[in-house]
Design a protein around this ligand. Structure first.
Ligand SMILES: [Zn+2]
Length: 236
């Protein structure tokens, strides 16, 4: 009976597919992917921090230059005031105001510089933390990779054997039937379902008695109207 051999074939085919799925879901593989993603994130964080620090450095230098320039102006102004005492109260007041203005600006710059240095320290610490964390993860990744490579190699050999077995079994199946199986498998797996109590055991739809009769007779290959699986009467 054609469907018996197809059913036999499906058992080994599903076993191989299941094994391949388990390979893909291997805990070591999942851990490796997680570690790799984490490292990528850390690289991105590091890049962001580096560009932030570069911008900050530019700003810091600019403010420092500006503060230096102001200090010089202030010194010059003080010298002038000392050299020529103000002629009257009004002039004296104006001079005092100019000095105060310069001092205020300088104070603001000093505050900004202080804040930027603090920020730079924070970013520096963050960079160090990232480096330490990334190095630790990289080490774990490398160890895991060695382990996983071994596992993968062994599993691949096993899978190849299973696939070879599947190919052997496939030779026993009618070529047209195998094509049908493969095309159903693309949207529905497993592609065959047993007939149980007049129902498709893939989707549990009850089948009309005319269809049941056709399956029993084996007069043609019948697919479930609902799920599209090839219906198999194991004669149980
Ligand atoms: Zn069905």
């Amino acid at each position: 009976m054609q469907l018996d051999t197809l059913w036999q074939f499906m058992q080994v085919d599903m076993e191989a597919d299941g094994f391949e799925n388990r390979m893909r879901q291997s805990p070591n593989r999942q851990k490796l992917i997680k570690a790799r993603d984490f490292l990528k994130d850390q690289q991105a964080n590091m890049k962001k921090l580096e560009s932030d620090v570069a911008v900050m450095q530019d700003r810091l230098e600019a403010v420092q230059d500006e503060a230096e320039r102001l200090e010089k102006s202030l010194a010059k102004l003080s010298e002038e005031i000392e050299a020529n005492s103000p002629a009257n109260v009004e002039d004296a007041q104006k001079q005092a105001e100019s000095v105060q203005k310069l001092l205020d600006t300088l104070t603001r710059y000093e505050q900004e510089l202080q804040k930027m240095r603090k920020d730079a320290d924070v970013k520096d610490r963050q960079q160090k933390e990232i480096r330490v964390r990334a190095a630790k993860t990289k080490q774990e990744f490398d160890q895991l990779k060695v382990e996983y490579d071994k596992e993968f190699k062994a599993d691949t050999v096993k899978l190849q054997k299973m696939r070879a077995h599947t190919d052997e079994e496939a030779k026993k199946v009618d070529a047209g039937l195998l094509e049908k199986y493969k095309s159903i498998k693309q949207h529905c797996t497993p592609p065959m379902a047993k007939l149980v109590n007049g129902q498709c055991s893939g989707c549990f739809m009850s089948l009309p008695s005319a269809t049941l009769l056709e399956i029993r007779n084996g007069s043609r290959i019948v697919e479930c109207d609902n799920c599209g699986r090839i219906l198999y009467d194991a004669g149980e």
